[in-house]
Ligand binder design. Structure first.
Ligand SMILES: *[C@@H]1O[C@H](CO)[C@@H](O)[C@H](O)[C@H]1NC(C)=O
Ligand SMILES: *[C@@H]1O[C@H](CO)[C@@H](O)[C@H](O)[C@H]1NC(C)=O
Ligand SMILES: *[C@@H]1O[C@H](CO)[C@@H](O)[C@H](O)[C@H]1NC(C)=O
Ligand SMILES: *[C@@H]1O[C@H](CO)[C@@H](O)[C@H](O)[C@H]1NC(C)=O
Length: 233
């Protein structure tokens, strides 16, 4: 009887540990690549993203571009890749748990570009505030999962969202600040040096005159003291 209950306890403990350790809402790989944004267009000479060989597992997209795989077909050369991968379906609510979904590859073949030319099966879960995706490798290069829809700030502007929209602004020209500091600090230094030197000179002169005076003053009364009585007497 005792060994039976102990066996049950061990089985329960193992199941609990298994369940706890495999919670995809806490056990996921964070992907921080902002170029996955649907608004990140590939420019000349830029390296294309390629998810070929991606290890199968739970992923969360954590870049400032946004955390959701888009549910509409992005144009080719968006998402920092040649053939963007998008979710052909809806995102689940929390109560749905894990759901099976299809990701389409915006593929280019002999007949032209096809928004769902190739397909990959994934799983999605709503973790109440963010989504996690169970992803596998696409069949080729350059294909990559899209994530997020934010636009990089225009050149010369910045934002508190890691230089992504919303809220792009032109920062205060740092050169101006540096120049102001570079002028004010030496000027203040020179002013203080002059004040210090001037004070030192005055002190020095004062001491010198004081010393000379005391030298001159002290013998004269002595001289007078001695000379006046000797002349008078
Ligand atoms: C990216 O290219 C698409 C056209 O393919 C264009 O509509 C979009 O405005 C571009 N986005 C940026 C941020 O340049
Ligand atoms: C791309 O590379 C070529 C040569 O490799 C160069 O001439 C060209 O200026 C580069 N373009 C950009 C936008 O960097
Ligand atoms: C999305 O998937 C459905 C099948 O579930 C398919 O009929 C449809 O063509 C796909 N969408 C696109 C844009 O290819
Ligand atoms: C997750 O599901 C809840 C409802 O259960 C919904 O309000 C929310 O918008 C969904 N998405 C995210 C990212 O939380």
């Amino acid at each position: 009887m005792f060994s039976f209950y102990r066996a049950v306890w061990w089985v329960a403990a193992c199941c609990c540990l298994q369940a706890c350790s495999s919670d995809p809402c806490t056990d996921y790989t964070a992907d921080e690549e902002p170029k996955r944004s649907t608004q990140y267009n590939v420019t000349a000479n830029s390296t294309l993203l390629c998810d070929l060989g991606l290890s199968t597992g739970w992923y969360r997209f954590t870049s400032a571009a946004g955390g959701e795989i888009p549910t509409t077909c992005p144009p080719q050369f968006a998402c920092g890749t040649h053939e963007p991968m998008w979710l052909n379906g809806t995102h689940p609510v929390v109560e749905d748990g894990e759901v099976d979904r299809t990701v389409c590859v915006h593929h280019l073949d002999q007949s032209g570009s096809d928004c769902c030319g190739l397909q990959v099966n994934i799983r999605v879960r709503n973790c109440s505030g963010f989504y996690v995706y169970y992803l596998t490798s696409p069949p080729g290069c350059d294909m990559a999962y899209c994530a997020g829809t934010e636009t990089p700030c225009p050149a010369g502007t910045t934002s508190s969202n890691s230089d992504f929209t919303p809220g792009c602004f032109t920062p205060n020209n740092p050169a101006v600040t540096t120049n102001t500091a570079a002028v004010i600090v030496p000027v203040l230094c020179i002013v203080f040096m002059l004040l210090f030197l001037g004070g030192g000179l005055i002190l020095y002169k004062g001491k010198r005159y004081g010393h000379e005076r005391s030298v001159h003053v002290s013998p004269s009364p002595v001289r007078r003291k001695y000379s006046v009585p000797t002349i008078d007497e």
